[in-house]
Design a protein around this ligand. Structure first.
Ligand code: ADP
Ligand code: ADP
Length: 228
């Protein structure tokens, strides 16, 4: 059951100083319920790939299909979590307000909205912090709010772009366990992008490795979790 299909994706940036092949030929498929990591050093094209997948950037050639539909603009059934957690939360809204925000346009009955938000807050361990404001929380806790917002939105696919690059090691380990739990217990389909090989191998069932030397390359690894 293929959820996301990236076929022969290539992006060349053209400018007055010449052209840069940011991604050469990316090809992978993600099944529903899978957790895939995309790993590679700075400059290998991770941001470019994510922009193409989330419909923010038009590829030079190739295609992205989500749930059988070509992605040509931001898909409604996708949620994103970025590294800059502070900037993705609204400081004038409480934790609950931030998590509710993307659900508002769904016009759910009040009780249903409350149930979904409570469930997402419990999932990330923030059920006792719902009346706090983002600035009253640590960076790791703020990132939990961003994750709760994505969980409540119930996207077909959750995309995480170096989400834990800015938190300390212990917090990061806790957040990695949270991502793994969301995947295993809720069956969430997650595409996790990182420059950290250890993190990608720890988290991913499959790892797509991007590299840049001497030319642009993609390699696929399958991690056998049963041998651990
Ligand atoms: P990352 O954190 O993924 O390494 P960068 O710091 O490389 O991101 O890039 C930040 C932003 O600047 C991205 O949106 C990227 O598309 C853009 N960018 C990167 N390199 C260039 C460039 N040579 N010219 C114009 N924009 C660039
Ligand atoms: P990563 O996220 O892995 O750091 P990027 O996708 O940001 O990689 O960048 C891949 C390559 O494309 C880099 O060489 C970067 O400088 C270049 N690049 C990114 N965005 C732009 C842009 N808007 N214009 C020109 N070059 C860019």
């Amino acid at each position: 059951d293929t959820l996301l299909r990236v076929e022969h994706l290539r992006k060349v940036y053209e400018s007055s100083t010449g052209s840069v092949e940011a991604i050469g030929d990316i090809d992978f498929e993600m099944r529903r319920g899978e957790l895939i990591c995309i790993v590679g050093p700075s400059g290998c094209g991770k941001t470019t790939l994510l922009k193409c997948i989330s419909g923010l950037l038009k590829p030079t050639s190739g295609s992205v299909t989500l749930d059988g539909k070509a992605v040509t603009g931001p898909p409604p059934n996708m949620a994103l979590v970025f590294q800059e957690y502070g900037r993705s939360l609204y400081p004038w809204l409480t934790v609950r307000g931030n998590v509710e925000l993307p659900l508002r346009h769904k016009k759910l009955p009040k009780a249903e909205m409350r149930r979904i938000v409570d469930d997402a807050l419990v999932a990330v361990g923030l059920d006792h912090a719902d009346t706090k404001y983002p600035w009253q929380l640590s960076g790791g806790m703020q990132q939990r709010v961003a994750i709760a917002r994505a969980v409540a939105y119930q996207p077909e696919v959750l995309i995480m772009d170096e989400p834990f690059a800015a938190v300390d090691a212990q917090t990061r380990a806790d957040l990695e366990d949270l991502v793994r739990k969301l995947h295993l217990e809720r069956g969430m389909s997650i595409l996790f992008v990182t420059h950290d090989i250890d993190e990608s191998v720890y988290l991913g069932e499959r790892v797509v490795v991007l590299s840049k030397s001497p030319t642009w390359v993609q390699e696929d690894l399958v991690i056998d979790l049963s041998s651990e």
